[in-house]
Design a protein around this ligand. Structure first.
Ligand code: ZN
Length: 438
């Protein structure tokens, strides 16, 4: 059973119930008609909220926590729409239309309509494939190992092997369910050693902060003078868990932890190095992994560039913005017509709570490189007109010089916090202290 829920909240909610038990649970939250079918229009009233509480009492029953959180945060007494049987996750136009209806139901002005029109314009220019890194397993490319050709080195068995599962997008970014059949073991190993660590290092702190789960669980970020991670074991007491910070330079005099915390030196992330151009290469590697097979031939120069060592290349800018959810979503857009003002291929990649929108450069279907200010500005303006709610800012990822992400974080502790109740200190005896708290 698939369900799409559209409310006054920014994002739609998607639910998928695979088991009968789950279907029953889902049906128990919403108002139903005489036949037991979920009514399309619901109200987030007291009754709805108390039904959600029932879910809490049921405890760990496999009902996704994030969805419970989203449902709990539908504005009080507002009307919302529940569509059973369809997952509109990949259909932005319908979502915008539904959003407009929800606004009207709640007596609000339907300012969504122009967005829907812009989305229609967008879809007349580009065909879009959306990949959800958390959904059901999705396999891209040739299933038969003996027929596979690696997209990156063009070799087949027996010159190379396809024994390991190659994730189309790094698993450490939370993309667990996308597998590219056409990436050989050698290329997989090469990328995991060369360009993938750059993306992970650049986002390390964010991945820990947002609780993104990779192959080995949630990432622990280790800087020069700190370690930071999210301890999920305390999740039964709060929704997310406990953030843990181990600090090297915390000086506590006479038990005065507050002053110690305020005077903390900046978090030193200089050991988490990345090469900006490798980040861009890795983004494009994800795009090539997700491309439909018949498109690969248009990207040979892109693949050559991905495989080459990092040298300065003037590349298009990359737009980024923050989003208020952490679903690993990747969209690949391919131009439909020969209007060369638009890049042939661009993609949108969510990492933790950041979205990147980047052009896949060096395609044989492009006439321009989009590296001049005017060409890129045209693309950026178009993006901004299609997605006006996103505050997109361009950034440069051309450099081949190592950089690191600065984490500007200030700590304060509320006067009401009590040692042993709200926080605790573990002195490791070697100058390191560990603070836990919520
Ligand atoms: Zn290969």
């Amino acid at each position: 059973m698939k369900i799409t829920i559209v409310s006054l909240r920014d994002c739609a909610i998607y639910l998928e119930a695979h088991t009968l038990r789950m279907c029953r649970l889902v049906s128990s939250i919403f108002k139903i008609d005489k036949t037991g079918a979920i009514l399309p229009v619901q109200i987030a009233d007291e009754e709805f909220r108390s039904r959600l509480k029932q879910l809490d009492i049921l405890g760990k029953n496999g009902f996704p926590e994030t969805i419970r959180y989203e449902l709990n945060n539908i504005p009080v007494n507002s009307k919302f729409i529940v569509i059973v049987g369809r997952d509109y996750q990949t259909d932005q136009i319908i979502l915008y239309r539904l959003k407009g209806v929800v606004y009207e139901f709640n007596g609000k002005e339907n300012f969504i309509q122009p967005y829907a029109e812009r989305m229609e314009q967008f879809s007349s220019n580009y065909s879009v494939c959306i990949f959800n890194g958390q959904g059901r397993m999705q396999y891209i490319g040739e299933a038969d190992k003996s027929k596979r050709v690696c997209r990156f080195c063009h070799r087949s068995a027996p010159l190379t092997s396809f024994t390991h599962k190659s994730h189309a997008i790094s698993e450490s970014l939370g993309y667990k369910s996308l597998v590219c059949h056409e990436e050989c073991d050698e290329c997989n190993e090469y990328f995991s050693r060369t360009i993938e660590p750059d993306v992970v290092n650049m986002h390390s702190f964010l991945l820990s902060l947002c609780g993104i789960s990779g192959k080995k669980g949630i990432r622990k970020t280790c800087g020069e003078n700190f370690k930071f991670w999210l301890d999920r074991s305390s999740r039964q007491y709060n929704s997310q868990g406990t953030f843990m910070m181990q600090l090297k330079d915390l000086h506590i005099e006479n038990g005065d932890i507050r002053t110690g915390i305020q005077n903390l030196p900046p978090l030193d992330t200089s050991s988490l190095k990345y090469i900006p151009q490798n980040v861009y290469k890795c983004f494009c590697k994800y795009a090539v992994s997700c491309l439909p097979q018949n498109q690969i031939g248009f990207f040979q120069k892109t693949i050559d560039w991905i495989n080459a060592p990092a040298n300065y290349r003037r590349l298009p800018m990359v737009a980024s913005c923050s989003v208020d959810y952490t679903t690993p979503l990747f969209s690949l857009c391919i131009r439909k017509e020969q209007d060369y003002r638009y890049p042939y291929c661009w993609a949108s990649l969510n990492i933790a709570n950041v979205r990147y929108m980047f052009i896949v450069p060096f395609s044989s279907q492009d006439r321009y490189s989009f590296t001049t200010k005017a060409r890129y500005q045209f693309f950026l303006d178009i993006l901004r007109s299609w997605f006006p709610v996103l505050d997109m800012q361009p950034m440069q990822l051309s450099s081949s010089k190592p950089a690191h992400t600065v984490v500007d974080m200030k700590f304060t502790m509320d006067d009401r916090c009590k040692l042993g109740r709200d926080y605790f200190i573990i002195d490791k005896g070697n100058g390191e202290k560990e603070i836990g708290g919520q």
